[in-house]
Design a binder for this molecule. Structure first.
Ligand SMILES: Cc1cc2nc3c(=O)[nH]c(=O)nc-3n(C[C@H](O)[C@H](O)[C@H](O)COP(=O)(O)O)c2cc1C
Length: 173
């Protein structure tokens, strides 16, 4: 719901926004085959191949995940690990095409109020955004949300998500 709001905000600011739900895709984990170190490409033929294309062509990215065991979800982690191919392009082969600074934002929600709830995921996202060629300029990290739809009781959170999407686009104009 927060991601939908962020995308609505991005569209309000005049961009075309596409939503990808990783859980609906066929996405294998990285097997550390080492191919990307030599070619910059991942040889696993699944839905990630289309996401590589989208990742390289988009101008901004909002990444949203619930917190599972103080981390991102397994789908999110599988996706992030597969961007090792982009890390290899950038840092091993030095073949990543020059791109103007692309902006990103991170949205995460968890049920508890633990002080360190977002520490692990924030580090993971920092290194993912760097590998994929994005600068994270905003984040919305919300605690105390558990049941499905719980966020609907907090219209201010939905407003923040919409503003995040809007400003992500406007800051690049
Ligand atoms: C497998 C699993 C692990 C979870 N681990 C945590 C956790 O470590 N800390 C926490 O605060 N919430 C945890 N939660 C609760 C979810 O983060 C919370 O319910 C969240 O609001 C789910 O968002 P969603 O409705 O968008 O899926 C976990 C939930 C599941 C299903």
């Amino acid at each position: 719901m927060l991601l939908d709001e962020a995308l609505a905000g991005a569209r309000e600011a005049g961009t075309v926004a596409e939503k990808i739900v990783l859980a609906e895709l066929c996405l294998s984990p990285c097997t550390a085959c080492g191919t990307c170190d030599k070619t910059g490409r991942c040889p696993i033929a699944d839905d990630m191949q289309e996401i590589y294309r989208l990742l390289s062509s988009c101008t901004a990215l909002v990444f949203a995940t619930p917190i599972y065991f103080y981390s991102v979800t397994a789908w999110a982690k599988a996706f992030i690990d597969r961007t090792q191919a982009l890390w290899a392009q950038k840092y091993v082969l030095k073949s990543m095409p020059e791109m103007s600074a692309r902006r990103a934002a991170f949205i995460a929600v968890g049920a508890t109020r633990g002080k360190s709830l977002f520490d692990g995921p924030q580090l993971t996202m920092k290194y993912f955004f760097d590998a994929a060629g994005f600068t994270c300029i905003d984040s919305l990290l919300l605690k105390g949300l558990d049941e499905k739809g719980a966020v609907l009781q907090f219209p201010e959170y939905l407003e923040k998500a919409r503003a995040l999407g809007r400003s992500l686009v406007e800051s690049g104009q």
